[in-house]
Ligand binder design. Structure first.
Ligand SMILES: C[S@@+](CC[C@H](N)C(=O)[O-])C[C@H]1O[C@@H](n2cnc3c(N)ncnc32)[C@H](O)[C@@H]1O
Length: 224
């Protein structure tokens, strides 16, 4: 008999407590014990995520901003699928989403099917493991099939692009020409680089939303 169980989803389906225990028993325990503010911030993030399954895993203030900014006739692109794919599909005309993990791809597809959302092109694009090697150059990563998915589209095609997967600097570079004037570039975990300037977004693009905590920040630029 066919099983009705969804593909397992270690991040979203794990309970808040299990996920907290995973953090506590990881190699970071000592570090977190000596940084209570950071530990509290991680707990707060995990708690929020466990309660918002079909929501982007972005900073809540940014989700709120996007909720009142994006429009039903908008078309978008994202690297890194998940709750964001469902959320954007429910609110905009079309989403192209690039995913490299086949289990996760199946899981996100099942969420979309459950909600009868058929306005998503969810692309499974494997990443050559050799590209994870720190010795690979940024140019090599930029030429990967994963990053180049957006080159299928003409310039100034998208109203929004979410960068939330692998090779974020390369994805940003590839996305810049593909956004319409006025379009939104959304970058999660923007604190991974010491300064926002480091991401290579053109200087004249305005930061229209930037929020987060000690451990997680999301930034939204608007193309000028
Ligand atoms: C930060 S997540 C993308 C989240 C998505 N944009 C959102 O806001 O909901 C980046 C990548 O992590 C991987 N990922 C996230 N959760 C996963 C899970 N539970 N199991 C396997 N892969 C996961 C997926 O490959 C995904 O593309």
């Amino acid at each position: 008999m066919a099983s009705n169980k969804r593909p397992s989803d270690p991040r979203i389906e794990k309970s808040f407590c299990k996920r907290l225990l995973t953090v506590l028993f990881s190699g970071r325990t000592f570090y977190l014990l000596s940084h209570p503010l950071e530990a509290f911030s991680i707990c707060a993030d995990r708690w929020w995520e466990s309660r918002h399954k079909d929501c982007p895993l972005l900073v809540p203030t940014v989700i709120e901003f996007l909720g009142h900014t994006i429009q039903p006739d908008w078309t978008g692109f994202e690297w890194g699928s998940g709750g964001s794919t469902v959320w954007f599909a429910e609110r905009t005309k079309h989403v192209t989403s690039v995913e490299d993990n086949s289990d996760w791809h199946r899981y996100v597809n099942s969420r979309l099917a459950e909600k009868c959302l058929n306005n998503v092109d969810l692309r499974l694009t494997r990443i050559d493991p050799a590209l994870s090697d720190e010795c690979t150059s940024s140019d090599q990563r930029a030429r990967s099939v994963y990053v180049r998915q957006i080159s299928d589209f003409r310039d100034e095609f998208f109203d929004y692009v979410l960068v939330d997967g692998h090779f974020r600097e390369e994805c940003i570079r590839a996305a810049i020409g593909k956004l319409k004037v006025g379009g939104l570039l959304i970058l999660d975990d923007s604190l991974w680089l010491p300064t926002l300037d480091g991401w290579g977004v053109p200087e004249d693009w305005e930061i229209v939303c930037h929020a987060g905590s000690l451990t997680k920040q999301t930034t939204v630029w608007q193309r000028r």
